[in-house]
Write a protein that binds this ligand. Structure first.
Ligand SMILES: C[S@@+](CC[C@H](N)C(=O)[O-])C[C@H]1O[C@@H](n2cnc3c(N)ncnc32)[C@H](O)[C@@H]1O
Length: 208
């Protein structure tokens, strides 16, 4: 399901911050080389992440689901000096490694390969912002672990929270997991939240 008419989406993109050449190249190479390139989050989500980063000036950000590095690089580009983005994926992708190594701000990114939940269990640092964009069946686990690590006032952003509209009548495992995560967040009095119908649904959560 497309939530926006194509012309409105194009108009919105044409009136938003433009992507640098690095992100245009990363997107092109991802579409040339990856089997499921649409996993790349893209400029709308990327610009929202960058706005949030600039607003909260984070020291430590977690990016759960690296894929070819788009979201990690977007976040890192907007980070203040000394800030770190820890990005997690179960699979190491050549494009992520290459683009992170070549980016001027790539030294702000630490790529950790392995099941993200396991990597998160070894973390004790206070976190300012988390972007959740990995396997959907673990979304609630990622949310709960992120909330434990998050400082008061910190943010969790979850991608694909409308899952092409399938959350309305969830049938498969992934849609059920996302609908369950939405319902859990909605009744969680530790946070305040807004589900934005941007791209495939972006849930923004602030820890109270
Ligand atoms: C939608 S993609 C991430 C897109 C990326 N955030 C971006 O902006 O382009 C989801 C990623 O989650 C990874 N993934 C799936 N299961 C995982 C797990 N258990 N632990 C860590 N990463 C996992 C996949 O390998 C895939 O690269």
């Amino acid at each position: 399901m497309d939530f926006l008419p194509k012309e409105i989406e194009e108009y919105s993109l044409a009136h938003s911050a433009e992507e640098s050449e690095l992100f245009q190249n990363l997107t092109r190479e991802t579409y040339d080389k990856e089997d499921i390139p649409r996993m790349l989050s893209g400029p709308m989500v990327g610009n929202v992440l960058q706005l949030l980063v600039r607003l909260i000036d984070p020291k430590l950000v977690l990016d759960i689901g690296t894929f070819t590095g788009y979201s990690a690089l977007k976040i890192a580009e907007a980070m203040p000096d000394g800030g770190i983005v820890k990005t997690y994926d179960i699979e190491e992708r050549e494009l992520a490694v290459k683009f992170i190594a070549d980016a001027l701000f790539g030294n702000r990114i630490e790529l950790k390969i392995g099941p993200a939940l396991e990597s998160l269990s070894n973390l004790n640092d206070s976190v300012d912002l988390v972007f959740i964009d990995a396997d959907k069946t673990n979304y609630l686990n990622y949310y709960n672990r992120s909330l434990e690590l998050l400082r008061q006032g910190g943010l969790i952003v979850l991608d694909n929270m409308l899952w092409s509209g399938e959350v309305l009548q969830p049938k498969d495992e992934d849609s059920k997991a996302i609908a369950e995560t939405n319902a859990f967040i909605q009744s969680d009095d530790r946070v305040i939240n807004q589900l934005l119908p941007i791209r495939d649904g972006l849930m923004i959560v602030q820890k109270l």
